[in-house]
Design a protein around this ligand. Structure first.
Ligand code: TRP
Ligand code: ZN
Length: 867
């Protein structure tokens, strides 16, 4: 039998327009995975049926083929063609039973794709990650999402791995010779191979039950290392809440008798929705008050919901091909965002979602990596799990949902589930089902197929009777894409009376032309008033708004808008005028002084968000040319200083009025903790020649030691580090001692030092030499490199870039997916000021030859815009 073949084909671009259905379907697959000390043997039996003319194609990568039988006949090398990507059988009969035996080496698989070993020694476990193309690293298979089959999986392993899991129901288990055992799992639902999963490990389990609206009793199991099992309760509750929420809001019930979640420390992304057996990055499932900040605790609930919601949007209805990725991801992100909004404050949820959208997706759309939510070509699909596919994808579904209204949207989603259950479909199919109510939303397709963020500009005019709002849209032409078309842009609008502060009118304007007038007739008939317009409430479309708001308008909206999101938006607009246009800060400071104190009492969480300054990185992504990181940092620091000094006495009083309270996981308590940390940050920032610093230091130290939960303790630690307090080293050492056995807290310990303003590039990279640094744990790598990314003044230096890129070279060989994603962090290099731009370009060019993976090569090539 041939060894692993050498003739590697050069990476090719794959086009959406070339889609053809598979020539063979798989009715069912019997899979046996025998795990041994140094490798694993995988035996697969595929029942295949011909659907169209063509070759029988089995995809496989890094597999050592031991034998292959077709309908009972052993095949020889002459019977098939094998290269490093696939095995092809020409002239195969119409029904085929294919049996293959392969050897794989999960112990040496550092890519965290396919079956891999996670952890060492006592912690060692084996898990799979198959989406999008990992299954072909386990066995030969038509590994594409439009091939749906039922799976029976037998796992055999040493008894030191008592936990043997796969998708579906456990139908058999027992002992084998040599201290080994086995388990057989059967998944009754047809699924694509990317949803396959199995686990061999030694884990503790937290169990619970949920009875569905259809009366099904579902066993819920959350698996984690024994020392972490107590951190699984939040996730378990979130799972039950999600199951209920999907029943209440979409009429969707769970369809198997068992739902399992497994926590693993080495994982490339957040989590994976494998049918009935989700696998989670520990960072997205473990949570306890002592070790987890409120933000991460909240994220845990959101990710649990996201993966659960995939059971309908993704698993039961899946994607025809990977170009349709946003069909499942965009829709599912929209669903988890809606769930989160119901869980605490809709306004704050929207603020947080939009902040992420602007910081990541708008940046991507403005960069050489810009692509449509549904791309039309790719080299490596892993490179397209992007903010555009996920976050912009979610925005499109949100626009459609708002355009249809609650009832019609529900009618549309009901129709989608009715029509396509059990199928692999396209974005067009979704839009056609959502149009069932008679309101046609197929016009939103263009949002899926073209890149770039639309710019909406406008102004308003008034006469004796009428108010007219004039809006225009403009979309940047992206190289290699056709001339952009106008898009349907829903603009949620409100009109206020400036004198009384009252809300006079609300409406949803739909901008579809390049320019349009919207007239509110007879608005001033009864009595005349001076209007203040508020546009894009709740961020009703993912666009950049350029409206001629005066400072007074924005200050008015910061105080009087009834839409919490637009209050925040108004303040952000004022900040951006200062940070980006160098305008005076008077209006901003006044607006804060007028709104913050009362808001702090009524909605502490929103108050803390109003004080958000866009991060340096986010500001960098807004500036389209001559971006000077040092100038941006100066402006930002100066502005923050002004806010701190302007309300100096208020911060002092506010902090003393906020005693530390016992931990509660409620929206109110979370708001108060966020607010306390914001106020502490302000107290620390006040610059009055040192008089204040002693108190501030003392408060910080006290908060650190008296903290009842991680949000408080970490808030204090960040303050001590960022403001370089005298006891900074002492607190960092204390934090290390307290939490050195908790990986996720250690990630925070690395992270806070990597984002320390007083750390040099050398200091940051010294962290990678620390005994607890681990190149095999993506969370740890991201903790350190993320710190540098958050400091553009250091990233965009020769030293910063060289060291960052050197790290990419190391990762490129071990974990291409991670390397490529981290490299995307440099994508806005083209907007830098000339000398920095030239330096970045030269370095990026130099490094091109050092990369091997198609993931990194494609990303770098796109970044350099070389075709
Ligand atoms: N489908 C997963 C989700 O969004 C994410 C995912 C895609 C993933 N590819 C992955 C997770 C690779 C881990 C590794 O829920
Ligand atoms: Zn997802």
């Amino acid at each position: 039998m041939p060894d692993v073949p050498l003739n590697t084909p050069t990476p090719q671009k794959i086009y959406l327009k070339d889609y053809t259905p598979p020539s063979f379907h798989v009715d069912n697959i019997d899979l046996t995975i025998q795990l041994y000390q140094d490798n694993a043997k995988v035996t697969a039996t595929l029942n295949m049926t011909r659907k169209t003319a063509g070759d029988l194609v089995l995809l496989g990568r890094e597999l050592q083929l031991e034998s292959i039988h077709l309908n009972g006949q052993l095949l020889t090398e002459n019977d098939y063609q094998l290269d490093s990507e696939q095995l092809v059988i020409k002239n195969a009969p119409d029904t085929c039973i294919i049996n293959t035996v392969v050897t794989i080496v999960p112990q040496k698989n550092t890519s965290l794709e396919g079956l891999y070993q996670a952890g060492e020694g006592e912690d060692k476990m084996f898990v799979t990650q198959c989406e999008p193309e990992g299954f072909r690293k386990i066995t030969f298979y038509p590994d594409r999402p439009d091939v749906l089959a039922t799976f029976t999986t037998r796992i055999e392993a040493d008894k030191k791995f008592p936990t043997l899991l796969a998708n579906g129901n456990l139908i058999d288990k027992g002992d084998l010779d040599d201290n080994r055992h086995f388990a057989v799992w059967q998944d009754p639902t047809k699924k694509p191979s990317y949803l396959f999963a199995c686990v061999m490990a030694d884990l503790a389990v937290l169990t619970d039950h949920y009875t569905t609206i259809e009366g099904r009793d579902v066993l819920l199991e959350l698996y984690a290392k024994p020392k972490n099992i107590e951190q699984c309760h939040v996730g378990m509750q979130a799972l039950k809440d999600s199951m209920k929420w999907d029943e209440d809001n979409y009429g969707r019930a769970y369809d198997l008798d068992r739902y399992m979640i497994v926590a693993v420390s080495q994982f490339n992304m957040g989590a994976m929705e494998n049918k009935g057996l989700n696998i989670f990055n520990t960072a997205c499932v473990l949570s306890s008050p002592e070790t987890t900040t409120d933000r991460r605790n909240f994220n845990v609930k959101a990710v649990i919901a996201h993966e659960y919601f995939h059971n309908w949007t993704g698993n039961r209805i899946t994607c025809r091909d990977w170009f349709q990725l946003c069909l499942k991801e965009g829709f599912t992100v929209f669903r988890d965002q809606s769930f989160s909004a119901d869980l605490h404050s809709p306004a704050v949820q929207r603020i947080d979602d939009v902040a992420v959208l602007k910081a990541h997706q708008f940046a991507e759309d403005a960069s050489p990596l810009a692509h449509p939510p549904r791309p039309d070509h790719f080299v490596e699909i892993n490179n397209f799990y992007t903010a555009t596919v996920y976050e912009k994808g979610a925005e499109i579904v949100r626009m459609i949902a708002n355009t249809l209204g609650k009832e019609k949207f529900r009618q549309g989603t009901d129709e989608y589930f009715r029509r396509y259950d059990g199928q692999a479909v396209t974005v067009e199919d979704l839009l056609s089902a959502l149009s069932v109510s008679g309101t046609n939303v197929e016009q939103f397709l263009d949002w899926y197929t073209q890149p770039a963020t639309p710019v909406v500009s406008g102004y308003w005019l008034k006469d004796d009777k009428n108010l007219t709002i004039h809006l225009a849209q403009k979309i940047r032409k992206v190289a290699n894409y056709p001339e952009p078309k106008n898009l349907p842009i829903p603009v949620k609008t409100a009109i206020f009376n400036r004198q009384t502060g009252e809300l006079v009118k609300e409406d949803l304007l739909l901008l579809t032309q390049s320019e349009q007038d919207f007239t509110f007739e007879n608005l001033f008939n009864e009595h005349d008033f001076e209007p203040v317009i508020s546009l894009l409430r709740d961020f009703s479309a993912p666009v950049i708004l350029q409206f001629n708001y005066s400072d007074d308008d924005l200050a008015f909206l910061a105080e009087h808008e009834t839409n919490g999101f637009n209050r925040w938006q108004a303040v952000q607009s004022l900040v951006n005028k200062i940070l980006l246009n160098n305008q005076s800060s008077t209006a901003y400071l006044t607006a804060l002084a007028n709104s913050i104190p009362s808001l702090a009492n009524s909605d502490a969480m929103l108050a803390s968000r109003l004080l958000d300054l866009p991060s340096e990185r986010e500001l960098g992504s807004v500036i389209q040319q001559n971006y000077d990181p040092d100038f941006v940092k100066q402006q930002r620091d100066k502005t923050k200083q002004k806010v701190a000094n302007h309300l100096k006495d208020f911060w002092q009083t506010a902090y003393t009025q906020l005693p530390i309270q016992d931990y509660q996981d409620t929206a109110k308590a979370m708001g108060e903790r966020a607010w306390r940390n914001t106020v502490l940050d302000m107290v620390l920032c006040v610059n009055d020649g040192g008089a204040n610093l002693d108190t501030a230091s003392q408060w910080t130290t006290e908060q650190y030691h008296k903290a009842t939960c991680m949000t408080e303790r970490y808030g204090a630690l960040v303050g001590a580090v960022q403001y370089n307090l005298p006891n900074k080293a002492e607190l960092l050492a204390d934090f290390y001692q307290r939490f050195k056995h908790d990986d996720l807290v250690m990630d925070m310990w690395f992270g806070v030092q990597a984002s320390d303003e007083s750390a040099s590039v050398a200091d940051i990279f010294a962290l990678t030499e620390h005994g607890d640094f681990d190149i095999n744990t993506p969370n740890r790598v991201r903790a350190v490199l993320g710190g540098l990314l958050s400091q553009p003044t250091k990233l965009w230096t020769n030293d910063g870039l060289v060291r960052y890129l050197d790290m990419m070279v190391v990762l490129d060989k071990r974990n291409p997916l991670l390397a490529s994603r981290l490299l995307q962090g440099l994508s806005n290099w083209q907007t830098l000021v000339d000398d920095k731009k030239a330096m970045a370009k030269a370095l990026l060019n130099d490094y091109q030859a050092k990369f091997e993976s198609k993931n990194v090569k494609e990303t770098l090539q796109n970044m350099l815009n070389v075709e």
